[in-house]
Design a protein around this ligand. Structure first.
Ligand code: ASP
Length: 454
């Protein structure tokens, strides 16, 4: 039996929690690969080490001193080193590493930023290894470069290069415990490059797939995945079992427990994912697998995420115009926008994109081009949209699901700006005004799962 386990930033935010992580690793000899995030927030108003590192990089790139955030980072590591009873050299190593990164080549800004961002995970992995060794365990830190974790050179948004799987497969035979920093890898030319934020989950999933682990345990700070964001209602139903497809839909639409891109490597290799709580490691957590037996056609979860905009394109008889959709998407592509969804009517198509990708100049240009090049009669932009995903295997085939959902939204006066039950058979997606999203989710939860105390 072999387990790959990943610990999130909130599980590694101080010495005590790092100690608890090491207890969990030590308690099960199957936990042979340990992936760590950077230390996260110790409390609500605290800062993540990764955010502080980004600030260091940005200040340096702006020609200013990074002294203040650097000092704050070193103080965090110093407290950990002291409370973990590690020798002073452990802190010297962190300081030297951070200063070396800060003094690096700034000519390629995104590359410089990624080198700094990766320092949180890298130093945390070295620290965790030292604590495991201190306890007499045979653990070793492994740098992603030495392991052959190769990524594309999309800085801050890297993707795995497939040859990495062969390089990483040998870790199955590695002796003892391998401690691996999450979130970053290397480009073919040897530069540090990071996944999107929250990307340590992706590293864990890739390693689990590469070594053909029996399970990928993802330790975080909740007992299980819940049917809606637990901040929205006090007593939210835990979900014991999800399919990969359900989790992917829900992660995409805002369930922050697991990065949505972390699901693919595990799916492709058929590795079950188990979401667990560092503070109650023996609780069963949420299992995520290819299928589940208890499919009822009832939704399992309702997620929402804000920050979308729709470009509504109206043209009479567009259905008869061969290539119209392609030409719309070509304009979107040429303006450098990834598109998220494209629900369509007879004479209308909406293209849903992320607001943060479209500044006002790009918005104007797209509208102009759609009108000039495609003869579009009307083009209406709506910003500030939220997407709500109601997901569950088999749900869409159950008579009345959409009716229950639309009634729940009408009951609280939420207007549906967009509805998509398109290609995915396991979810219905609603576009609503961002300001309506929370009350919409509460009402949907009440309709599908029973009452919700407000
Ligand atoms: N430390 C990185 C972040 O804050 C990656 C991670 O935690 O997974 O985004």
């Amino acid at each position: 039996m072999m387990k790959v386990c990943k610990f999130g930033g909130s599980s590694l935010s101080d010495a005590e929690r790092i100690g608890a992580v090491c207890d969990i690793v030590a308690s099960d000899s199957d936990r042979r690969i340990v992936v760590v995030s950077a230390p996260g927030k110790r409390h609500k108003t605290d800062r993540k080490i990764t955010d502080m590192l980004i600030q260091c990089a940005e200040l340096t790139l702006a020609g200013e001193s990074a002294g203040a955030p650097l000092k704050a980072i070193l103080e965090r590591f110093a407290t950990m080193q002291k409370n973990l009873n590690l020798p002073a050299e452990a802190l010297d190593e962190v300081e030297l590493d951070l200063k070396t990164r800060l003094a690096g080549d700034t000519s390629h800004k995104a590359r410089y930023l990624d080198a700094l961002k990766a320092a949180g995970e890298d130093n945390c992995a070295r620290l965790v290894t030292k604590v495991l060794n201190q306890r007499g365990l045979d653990a070793r830190y492994l740098n992603p470069k030495d392991a052959g974790l190769l990524l594309s050179d999309e800085y801050g948004n890297a993707q795995l290069l497939p040859e990495s799987y062969d390089n990483l497969a040998v870790l199955r035979e590695a002796k003892g415990i391998t401690v691996f920093p999450g979130f970053f890898g290397y480009t073919r030319d040897g530069g540090i490059v990071t996944f999107p934020r929250g990307g340590s989950d992706i590293t864990g999933s890739i390693l689990a797939a590469a070594v053909k682990a029996d399970v990928y345990e993802n330790f975080t700070d909740v007992d299980s995945v819940c049917a809606i964001d637990p901040d929205l209602a006090p007593e939210v139903q835990p979900i014991p079992h999800l399919t990969y497809r359900e989790m992917r839909e829900l992660s995409y639409a805002g369930f922050g427990v697991l990065h949505d891109e972390a699901i693919i490597p595990a799916v492709q290799a058929g590795i079950p994912i188990c979401i667990k709580n560092t503070q109650s490691p023996d609780a069963p957590g949420t299992m995520i697998t290819l299928s589940r037996e208890d499919v009822t056609g009832h939704p399992v979860g309702i997620a929402y995420t804000v920050g979308f905009m729709s470009i509504l394109i109206c043209k009479y008889l567009m259905n008869r115009e061969i290539g119209f959709g392609r030409k719309v998407l070509q304009i979107i592509e040429e303006e450098g926008l990834p598109f998220e969804h494209m629900p369509s009517g007879i004479d209308t198509i909406s293209v849903i994109v992320r607001e943060s990708d479209v500044d006002s100049a790009t918005e104007r240009k797209i509208v102009e081009r759609l009108k000039d090049e495609l003869g579009v009669a009307d083009c209406i932009i709506e910003r500030g949209l939220a997407l709500i995903m109601v997901a569950g295997e088999g749900m869409v085939h159950r008579v009345g699901t959409a009716a229950i959902a639309t009634r729940a939204l009408a009951d609280v006066g939420v207007n549906i700006e967009m509805l998509d039950q398109g290609a995915s058979e396991i979810s219905i997606m609603f576009g609503v005004k961002g300001s309506d999203a929370k009350k919409a989710v509460r009402s949907l939860y009440k309709a599908f799962f029973g009452d919700v105390a407000s």
